[in-house]
Design a protein around this ligand. Structure first.
Ligand code: GLA
Ligand code: ZN
Length: 676
């Protein structure tokens, strides 16, 4: 449980009372009660208010706010206010503002704008976090600490350059080792002095859109920036911990956000929280995958849905309203996948600046007679009824998909073989094929212990870090099914190619070697031609993007390419390895191929889908807790849909009714079923 003080699914979100006055606050509280809201996140962007000058602090407004919220029966997620520095700080200490990708020094403005290696920023952010903790550690409303907000953005200033050199000295020891790791004899980039190393940006090695002439330095810069921002988090966290010993600490993450290695971050956080902002057209399985990834950050522990909009965003090109029922549906999607909170940005729409058209629980109309408010209030009642039933429930998936930020950086920085390869989309293809068949998967780090799984899928495992190949071998030898794809096993963690034939360190496990890699533009295909039926796979399937030209060594060939000069070469292989099997899919396969392919692997291992037939637009997922098992059925269609349940009777926890056989889910409807 996140905090014993509130033993239910938390319901609420970001609240900025400092933008309003006493009359509005009264209305806020009246409406919060109507909506069943019991927790608010405050003080996210109030640094300037809290610290009017170098050595002056003024927490009077916050004292009053905390007391008022408590008196009104609300719990507080207390942010540290450091996500936007005050104007006076930028003026007096120019080192707090960042330098951008083109070397331009930023002036004051915006948010998430502080240089992570600024001594000023580190000093003052740590100091205010400590002061807040000292002041509010025992406040009865306090439930959780929320450090800064959505960390992100890189800085290219001189302080960052200096810090980068120190980071490199720590990682490599000698300049000689750096030169080797980055292969600097290429284009004559050998460094003789640490000071010769400059940051890779638009003035040096990089161009727009992850283009780099030197992947080694660009990769290390990303690691360094992720670490630098994480250090800022740690400074505040440690300052809080000096006073507030037990209240959990988090910062809100952003799903597959490319810039930070969240597996590293998770180690420093007490609970994962994240902000979910899909658009009208985001595939529901993509949102599901990201929830699963957030759950995977801390070995399957429940996470917080820290923000979502009750209706629309303001920062997308087209800020569509969430259709009636969709807010509830997507809230339960988060819960189904491990969230123990449902929280919004924002409680009340502001009247000025860029978020005035961002959805809120209390809209500009200012009263409760709105569609959005009614939907929020209905959900609030339901969450109240669910009480603590689902808290701490976990997934018991037997399939794992590996996800790795450093691998993503390396793939997307790579010059060649194609500009189209997007790591997260390739992962999503595999995830989606399982999702559409009601097979639950966990997303886990390459460093995780995956022995508990029957099947481990590693889409595009381009970078093989030290020890990972041995781990995959051990897992397979012990009886696991391992699956990997094209463009895998190519480089080590410095993006240096493992020579002797791809897939390098994975060659022994897979029993193949790849001689060449073909790339075709979007819309051009080859085919996966099955040699004989494999489960329901039979005949020919289109494939695209990249095509490894492989030779089978100890592996069996299940399918061959259907055209071009490599027609007849293997495209799908399986290698018996110890008690298990290792599959190689040498190209980017379509859903028509991946669904039956993964189905067959699951059948071979006795991994059952959650429901036998998954109608289009239906999502099935499960959480388990102390011998109880909760099956969530979500209907993402606007129309009703029928779902065939397995044997036996089930209780729908939302209505209390008993169902069996075939159930009718209303359009955008949700059921949480437990065996009766
Ligand atoms: C982010 C931020 C919030 C707000 C929302 C708007 O998630 O954390 O402060 O700006 O976006 O969608
Ligand atoms: Zn900087």
């Amino acid at each position: 449980m996140i905090n014993q003080k509130l033993p239910k699914m938390w319901y609420g979100g970001d609240y900025n009372p400092e933008q309003w006055g006493p009359e509005d606050w009264k209305e806020d509280h009246r409406m919060f009660k109507l909506a069943g809201i019991d927790v608010v996140t405050i003080n996210v962007f109030s640094w300037a208010l809290n610290q009017p000058g170098e050595n002056t602090y003024d927490f009077a407004w916050l004292d009053e706010t905390m007391d008022r919220l408590h008196a009104e029966g609300l719990g507080v997620v207390l942010a540290t206010s450091t996500a936007a520095h005050p104007a006076w700080m930028a003026k007096r200490h120019p080192d707090v503002t960042r330098v951008d990708f083109y070397g331009r020094k930023r002036t004051f403005g915006g948010r998430h704008n502080s240089c992570p290696n600024s001594k000023t920023y580190r000093k003052y952010s740590g100091r205010i976090a400590g002061k807040l903790a000292e002041r509010y550690q025992d406040h009865p409303a306090l439930l959780l600490w929320h450090v800064s907000n959505e960390y992100g953005g890189y800085c290219y200033c001189d302080n960052c350059a200096t810090a980068f050199r120190v980071w490199l000295q720590d990682r490599y020891g000698t300049l000689d080792a750096v030169n080797k790791a980055w292969n600097t004899r290429f284009w004559g980039h050998t460094f003789y002095d640490w000071d010769e190393i400059v940051l890779p940006n638009g003035m040096s090695e990089e161009g727009e859109g992850n283009v780099s002439a030197f992947q080694g330095i660009s990769l290390d810069f990303r690691r360094f920036m992720s670490d630098s921002l994480l250090d800022c988090y740690k400074i505040e966290r440690d300052a809080i911990r000096e006073h507030s010993k037990d209240v959990p600490i988090t910062t809100n993450l952003m799903g597959t956000f490319p810039q930070l290695n969240y597996f590293d971050w998770a180690k420093e956080m007490d609970i994962i929280s994240w902000d979910n902002y899909p658009s009208l057209t985001t595939p529901v399985s993509e949102t599901a995958m990201v929830h699963d990834l957030m759950r995977g950050l801390k070995d399957g522990a429940p996470f917080m849905l820290m923000e979502q909009t009750p209706s629309q965003q303001n920062w997308q090109a087209y800020n569509s309203l969430k259709r009636p029922g969709v807010m509830r549906l997507w809230s339960y999607q988060a819960v189904a996948r491990g969230a123990d909170t449902v929280m919004f940005f924002q409680m009340r729409r502001s009247i000025g600046a860029c978020e005035k058209y961002h959805g809120a629980v209390i809209e500009h109309a200012g009263h409760e007679h709105t569609r959005v408010f009614r939907e929020v209030a209905e959900l609030g009642q339901e969450l109240m009824q669910l009480g603590d039933m689902l808290l701490d429930a976990r997934s018991d998936a037997r399939v794992a998909i590996l996800y790795d930020w450093e691998n993503r950086w390396a793939i997307e920085l790579s010059s060649g073989p194609t500009v189209e390869l997007q790591y997260a989309s390739e992962v999503h293809k595999y995830y989606d094929a399982l999702f559409k068949q009601g097979i639950q998967a966990d997303l886990v780090s390459v460093e995780a212990d995956y022995n508990q799984y029957d099947i481990v899928i590693a889409p595009v495992m381009y970078m093989v870090k030290a020890g990972v190949a041995q781990k995959a071998e051990k897992f397979t030898a012990a009886g696991g099914t391992f699956v990997t794809t094209f463009f895998s096993g190519i480089v080590n963690e410095n993006d240096l190619v493992t020579v002797g034939g791809y897939p390098g360190e994975l060659r022994n496990l897979l029993g193949i070697w790849a001689e060449e890699i073909d790339a075709l533009p979007a819309g051009q295909y080859n085919q996966i031609v099955m040699k004989k039926p494999f489960g329901k796979l039979e005949g020919s399937y289109n494939c695209e993007l990249l095509f490894d030209l492989i030779h089978a060594e100890s592996a069996d060939v299940l399918a061959e390419y259907g055209s071009d000069f490599y027609k007849g070469m293997p495209v799908l292989t399986v290698n018996a390895f110890g008690k298990g099997e290792a599959y190689y899919v040498a190209t980017s396969a379509s859903a028509e191929f991946l669904q039956p392919f993964l189905k067959k692997l699951c059948e071979d291992r006795g991994v059952e889908p959650l429901i036998q037939e998954v109608p289009p637009g239906i999502e099935a997922t499960k959480r388990v807790k102390g011998g109880r098992s909760f099956l969530f059925l979500l209907n993402h269609n606007a129309e009703n849909a029928a779902v065939i349940l397995g044997d036996g009777k089930h209780r729908d926890l939302l209505t209390g009714s008993i169902v069996q056989g075939t159930v009718e889910l209303s359009g955008r409807g949700v059921m949480i079923l437990e065996k009766a």
